[in-house]
Design a protein around this ligand. Structure first.
Ligand code: SAH
Length: 231
């Protein structure tokens, strides 16, 4: 069972999107479990203070090292801890694949201006970002990371092949998809998809994936070409 451990000031945000549909069924099947810890429970003064003003001045508040450290220490396990942060390595499908092979993960959600650097240094915590923009807290980022990871765990999606053919595998974006009816308004489904010729369909899809990637994501296209050249 994959163990997802969240450390947050806002436990009520979870499971959120992870409590529905395939994720709910997968947790009932014991493919994954979610443990949410409230950082505030580890505050040590009578006002349950979790943050304070930054040394050196500046706006906002910083989460206190001792409170975070207690929270992580008291709930320590064998899994690696990541702090969700705009400074981190940008999360992508490759990392999602990597994480999905682990037994579990700890995700520390920051708030306000962030966390005291010393807790990250002391505990050797790596940072991951969900993109080059600033969120108000790490919770929505943690949901994004877990969403991408859990659907890759064996048994979560009905068809294992559905994750093999989709966007970002091999640095390509997915081809266009169509369903019934064959004609909607005056728009038709591409003829080849109705042909029943699996070889032609496969070629058409690969072709579409390549031209879409080339047009929409030249950066991915370059990676795809470099990888293909090496093979
Ligand atoms: N002052 C910080 C931003 C703090 S935002 C800075 O300029 O870097 C508050 C919290 O939101 C952070 O502690 C982090 O946990 C979360 N967060 C914000 N943007 C994020 C992103 N792009 N990816 C992951 N977490 C993010």
């Amino acid at each position: 069972m994959f163990s997802a451990n969240i450390f947050t000031l806002y436990p009520e945000i979870f499971p959120g999107a992870l409590g529905h549909g395939i994720y709910q069924r997968a947790s009932e099947k014991k493919i994954w479990e979610l443990n949410v810890k409230n950082i505030r429970d580890y505050a040590y003064d009578k006002h349950a203070t979790v943050d304070d003003k930054p040394f050196g001045g500046g706006s906002g508040m910083v989460l206190k090292a001792e409170v975070l450290n207690e929270c992580l220490e008291k709930n320590s396990n064998d899994y690696k801890t990541y702090y969700l942060s705009p400074r981190g390595k940008v999360f992508n499908q490759e990392l999602a694949n990597e994480f999905s092979k682990l037994k579990g993960i700890n995700l520390l959600c920051g708030h306000f201006e962030g966390v005291d650097q010393r807790v990250l240094d002391h505990r050797n915590i790596d940072e991951i970002s969900v993109g080059d923009y600033v969120l108000s807290g790490g919770e929505s980022a943690a949901v994004v990371v877990l969403d991408a990871v859990i659907r890759l765990l064996p048994g979560v999606l009905g068809n294992e092949n559905s994750t093999k053919e989709e966007s970002f595998n091999n640095h390509l974006l997915e081809y266009p998809q169509y369903t019934q009816p064959r004609k909607w308004r005056d728009l038709e489904v591409p003829e080849v998809l109705l042909s029943g010729n699996h070889g032609e369909i496969k070629d058409w899809r690969l072709n579409q994936s390549q031209s879409i990637t080339q047009r929409l994501r030249p950066d991915l296209w370059t990676k795809h070409c470099n990888k293909s050249n090496k093979n």
